[in-house]
Design a protein. Structure first.
Ligand SMILES: Nc1nc2c(ncn2[C@@H]2O[C@H](COP(=O)(O)OP(=O)(O)OP(=O)(O)O)[C@@H](O)[C@H]2O)c(=O)[nH]1
Length: 243
């Protein structure tokens, strides 16, 4: 199979307080629709979207998680394996803004600190009723080192950009990790720490068994625990799911 035939699958979780517009955002992005009705998500929901990004075919698997605390224990299990995250709050809901850091911690507890996360201020069509100042939101994004977007799912503003950013970041990260793995590892020279004998002269001996040596004697020999042979360039796509 050719590399070009492969698709990069990315698991994205969408988190944030209830009613900030998570389900609406996913519906808008995947189906191009918006509904005014609010139906709170029970547990978790899932939709997919395929896109072409530069020369890559990407399949985004979008996990819509319930914002209500009562579902916390259940939804956390679905964070596992996430490779990117949308963390949303609403322009008209102060609590949702104040909960941002907490949501970030919850996700990072499950998936570690290194996945790309976009902080999204949704409902900017309701700026007249805003309870979060723009500088506050930008300040928070800067402090938490998150890319910040302002969206209106209703008006279809900036929604595509959020997911495009996350997919791009994920692919970049994957490629960097692939390159690192295929970099030749230089074999470290054997280092010796000469301990001074009671006479004060530095003594050297090398038992060459790879262990720290001869504490009773005078020399500790350190060797790299594993010497890796430079490997052939690895195919980064081997990490991707193939459908
Ligand atoms: N004005 C406006 N309303 C929006 C926007 N996005 C979502 N809404 C409305 O906000 C309400 C809540 O949206 P949902 O998408 O159900 O919110 P949620 O975050 O998935 O909520 P939970 O399932 O409880 O976690 C709905 O009535 C939506 O129509 C937006 O950009 N602008």
């Amino acid at each position: 199979m050719l590399e070009e035939d492969l698709e990069i699958a990315v698991k994205v979780v969408v988190v944030g307080n209830g009613a900030v517009g998570k389900s609406s955002m996913i519906q808008r992005y995947c189906k191009g629709i918006f509904t005014k009705d609010y139906k709170k998500t029970i547990g978790v929901d899932f939709l997919e979207k395929q896109l072409r990004l530069n020369d890559d075919d990407v399949r985004l698997m979008l996990w819509d998680t319930a914002g209500q605390e009562e579902f916390d224990a259940l939804t956390k299990a679905y964070y596992r394996g996430a490779q990117a995250c949308v963390l949303a709050f609403s322009t008209t809901d102060r609590n949702s803004f104040e909960a941002v850091e907490n949501w970030k911690s919850k996700v990072e507890e499950e998936v570690g600190p290194n996945i790309p996360i976009a902080l999204v201020q949704n409902k900017i069509d309701l700026l007249d009723d805003a309870v979060v100042e723009q500088h506050e939101a930008e300040g928070l994004a800067k402090r938490l080192k998150l890319r910040f977007y302002r969206t209106s799912v209703k008006e279809d503003l900036n929604v595509d950009e959020v997911f495009k950013y996350l997919a791009t970041k994920h692919i970049q990260k994957m490629r960097q990790e692939g390159e690192k793995e295929s970099e030749p590892t230089t074999v470290q020279p054997i280092r010796q720490i000469g301990l001074f004998t009671s006479t004060g002269s530095a003594s050297k001996s090398n038992n060459n068994n790879g262990d720290s040596g001869n504490i009773g004697g005078e020399t500790i020999t350190l060797q790299p625990s594993k010497s890796r042979v430079p490997s052939k360039s690895k195919n980064i796509f081997s990490r991707c799911k193939v459908f």
